[in-house]
Design a protein around this ligand. Structure first.
Ligand code: HT9
Ligand code: FE2
Length: 359
């Protein structure tokens, strides 16, 4: 019996991104279909992609993650083919599910490249799966899907970020290092979506765990740390999570910490938000303020994170077999369920069918 029984495949489900200048506008149309995003914001975000030759880093990072997982699985004797599908760009998840059904996959486990609960990172992916099952014909072909829980609290996600934050502190001049502030960063959300999920509480938990781990590793206590947001969009009239990282850096008082390390806990790899909003924009803001600044690495293909994904697959498989594995989880919010509760991560403006939930 395979270690991952009852599953015969893993699906990596992600956001997708453009791979050349001609892809940028159609990609943005896919992302924003049916949403109230002002035209000026789209032009601005398009410019971020054009700034990098029209190529988002996300697809290459997903290819690298899949290659790392394949090596890890092979090394552990775990025989589980890996498929990849996206919400907004090729390979589209509907095409992937159709391919999986054609290959004879009957039951697959789904890993989403978003560690936290929110409409965008949880329910919307479950809606994508429901729609893709329909349109690609995979549902009628007998394929069934189970999702891996939100994994923001897995030690294999948190611990690499503690190490990368310590490394980023090490890149600062020794004279400001111990006084540097930790500026945790994640994607902003409209308040209505923040309120329908545990998004903010989960990020506070990770920020606290990383700050604690850094304190332990460096022996420096009392360091200032703040949770900030990036990539706000939507109309100005709509309230979103704040403060924005740029505003936060500008508004720090002259007596504030002597340096800042941005820690992008909201992203599993160096997405456009990281390479643009942090490495480009926030770094420029810090330079204008003469504030020494460094950015911690995302988990990416860190071997501990790759092993954590394997652990999450095996944990989910054990529960699917009716066993009670002990989930690896830090913090005190409690492990998120495999099958989302009714109303979990709801979008009050849209009610669409979704898989892997009880509504
Ligand atoms: C919570 C969250 C995550 C994290 C969870 C997850 O990973 O899913 C995430 C990920 C991502 N968001 C991304 C890109 C974009 N997000 C947009 C728009 C929006 N994101 C939102 C939220 C989130 N987004 C929201 C509430 C909107 C407003 C419109 C809407 O309600 O949908 C827009 C439209 C323009 C704009 O408004 O900025 C773009 C281009 C990329 C690709 C980056 C790359 O190319 O590397 C990734 C990984
Ligand atoms: Fe987004």
């Amino acid at each position: 019996m395979s270690l991952a029984s009852p599953y015969d495949a893993l699906l990596l489900l992600s956001f997708g991104g453009p791979e050349g200048p001609e892809d940028v506008v159609p990609f943005l149309e896919n992302v924003t279909r049916g949403r109230a995003i002002p035209k000026e914001r789209l032009v601005e975000v398009g410019a971020h992609y054009f700034h990098f030759g029209g190529v988002s880093p996300i697809n290459g990072q997903n290819r690298a993650l899949i290659a790392a997982l394949e090596r890890d699985f092979a090394g552990q004797g775990l025989d589980l083919p890996i498929y990849w599908g996206n919400r907004n760009w090729d390979p589209y998840v509907a095409d992937t599910l159709a391919q999986m059904a054609a290959d004879g996959v009957r039951r697959a486990v789904v890993f989403v490249t978003s560690a936290y609960s929110s409409y965008s990172g949880c329910r919307q992916y479950r809606e994508d799966l429901a729609a893709a099952m329909e349109s690609g014909g995979a549902g009628s072909a007998g394929l069934s899907l189970d999702r891996i829980r939100a994994y923001y609290d897995h030690p294999g996600f948190v611990e690499p970020m503690i190490r990368s934050t310590v490394d980023a502190l090490g890149a600062l001049d020794a004279s400001v290092r111990d006084a540097a502030e930790l500026v945790f960063v994640t994607h902003s959300l409209p308040l209505v979506l923040a309120e329908s999920s545990l998004y903010v509480e989960q990020h506070r938990t990770v920020a606290h765990l990383v700050a604690q781990g850094v304190e332990l590793a460096t022996g420096v206590s009392g360091r200032v740390s703040t949770l900030t947001y990036c990539s706000r969009s939507g109309p100005p009239s709509q309230p979103w999570l704040e403060p924005d990282i740029g505003d936060h850096l500008c508004e720090r008082s002259a007596q504030g910490p002597a340096a800042a390390v941005a820690v992008p806990i909201g992203f599993v790899s160096d997405h456009m938000e990281v390479v643009y909003d942090l490495d480009t924009e926030a770094a420029e803001t810090a330079a204008k303020l003469a504030l020494p600044f460094a950015r911690a690495a995302t988990v990416g293909t860190d071997p501990q994170f790759v092993a954590a994904i394997r652990d999450l697959v095996l944990e989910r498989a054990a529960r699917a077999r009716g066993e009670q594995p002990r989930p690896k989880a830090l913090g005190s919010l409690g492990v998120m369920p495999d099958v989302c509760r009714a109303g979990c991560c709801a979008n009050p403006r849209a009610h669409r069918p979704a898989l892997c939930g009880s509504d």
